[in-house]
Design a protein around this ligand. Structure first.
Ligand SMILES: *Cc1c(COP(=O)(O)O)cnc(C)c1O
Length: 391
């Protein structure tokens, strides 16, 4: 028998030593204070609670400032943002879209809702994001027909690539975009988890043609539910704004709509909450980094478990502080998870690899060795921003 790396009780004690409380602790809870209440009440008092109102535009301005993107369009959630961004990037029914095998299910679902089929590509073990070398191999096996790139195995057009920044840590996004450019395939970044994360000084979501950020309740900043599409392309942004607001042609009283469109605009009531939260983003980022530093120091004492630090050259928002077991101890992960959860500490594994889910088991994919290996060893720890405050 291999010696145990760490007993479940030592794991629980190590996490507790950072949390500094014996109470139950959630994986990721929002910090809602006076400013959030003030702006939501202000919104209610104005009666502009729905799709028209000043907070939506203010939220878009804040996102442009934080990310450096030229354009931002607020919508009802991150999944919808991805679906619309894919459509705007030119993805059509029957296409294939390259998606990392390790992601939240929404990444693949958005591709399906856009009418396309996800093509799952393995991740790289340092960044936890789409592996650029494997991406290159995949694209190199495709054949050029006119201005399309065709997957010779399925006969489908590969019309977009969707890298994702796992737990807030930036993927190798410059390399991915360079390769995508070489093959003429647009990149739509799933930056749902990485608001406030930078790669070589540039905000995640601004490398590709389009990027998407989520404001779900468990993300670093929440609007209750919500999402935003960012881009530097003014024409594309105009098109997205039109398509997400019923394609109504501006007029003071006439109802004229010039194409089949959606009603995906973020409600002003949600935007009011989002605006308050975005003003606190620098504080949240600071607290989450302090929390990550504390976990890192605590787990340095435990051999066999490593804290997952931001990849070199990047600045992560540390959305979820996570640890990874050494490969030889992967079998013990579930015991550690169970012990923490039994003690009231809401730890979680990463998502089940997407090609192993029933609805995606038949989808095209590369070998997913790294994805399986990483997924079996990672534990995400309680990461709410307020947990880092005392540091
Ligand atoms: C949260 C998340 C989404 C979806 O965002 P919603 O706002 O919840 O729809 C998409 N992709 C990833 C990687 C996410 O973590």
């Amino acid at each position: 028998m291999e010696p145990r790396i760490v007993s479940p009780s030592v794991f629980v004690e190590t996490v507790r030593s950072v949390l500094d409380t014996q109470d139950p602790v959630g994986l990721h809870e929002p910090s809602i204070g006076g400013l959030e209440k003030q702006l939501v009440v202000e919104c209610l008092d104005s009666t502009l609670v729905s799709s028209i109102g000043p907070f939506v535009q203010e939220l878009e301005e804040q996102i442009k400032r934080v990310t450096g993107a030229g354009e931002a369009i607020a919508v009802t959630n991150g999944t919808i943002a991805l679906q619309v961004a894919l459509f705007a990037a030119g993805v059509r029914s029957g296409d294939e879209v390259i998606v990392p095998a390790l992601s939240f299910v929404a990444t693949a679902n958005a591709v399906s809702h856009a009418g396309a089929v996800p093509y799952f590509v393995d991740v790289d073990s340092v960044s936890l994001g789409l592996d650029p070398e494997i991406l290159r191999q995949v694209l190199a096996t495709c054949v050029v027909e006119g201005d399309s790139l065709i997957n010779p195995t399925t006969g489908r057009r590969v019309s977009a690539i969707v890298p994702m920044h796992t737990i807030g840590h930036p993927a190798r996004i410059s390399e991915i975009c360079e390769i995508a450019d070489e093959f003429g395939v647009p990149v739509v970044e799933d930056a749902a988890e990485s608001l406030g994360s930078f790669s070589h000084g540039k905000h995640t979501g601004t490398f590709g043609l389009l990027g998407v950020i989520s404001f779900n309740g468990n993300k670093i900043v929440t609007s209750g539910g919500g999402g935003v599409i960012i881009t530097d392309d003014k024409v594309l942004a105009q098109k997205i704004r039109h398509l997400t607001t019923t394609a109504k042609v501006p007029h003071s009283w006439r109802f004229f709509h010039d194409e089949i469109a959606w009603n995906f605009r973020m409600p002003n009531l949600n935007a009011a909450l989002g605006v308050a939260q975005l003003r606190k983003l620098p504080e949240f980022l600071n607290n989450k980094r302090l929390l990550a530093d504390s976990y890192k120091a605590a787990f340095e004492q435990i051999s066999g478990i490593d804290f997952i630090s931001e990849p070199p050259g990047t600045e992560s928002n540390y959305w979820l502080s996570s640890v990874i077991l050494k490969p030889e101890f992967a079998a013990e992960r579930d015991e550690l998870l169970e012990a923490a959860i039994a003690d009231g500490i809401q730890c979680r594994p990463l998502w089940e690899p997407l090609p192993t889910l029933p609805m995606y088991s038949g989808a095209p994919r590369t070998d997913i060795g790294n994805t399986l290996e990483i997924q079996s060893r990672v534990i995400s720890l309680p990461s709410s921003a307020f947990l880092g405050r005392k540091g």
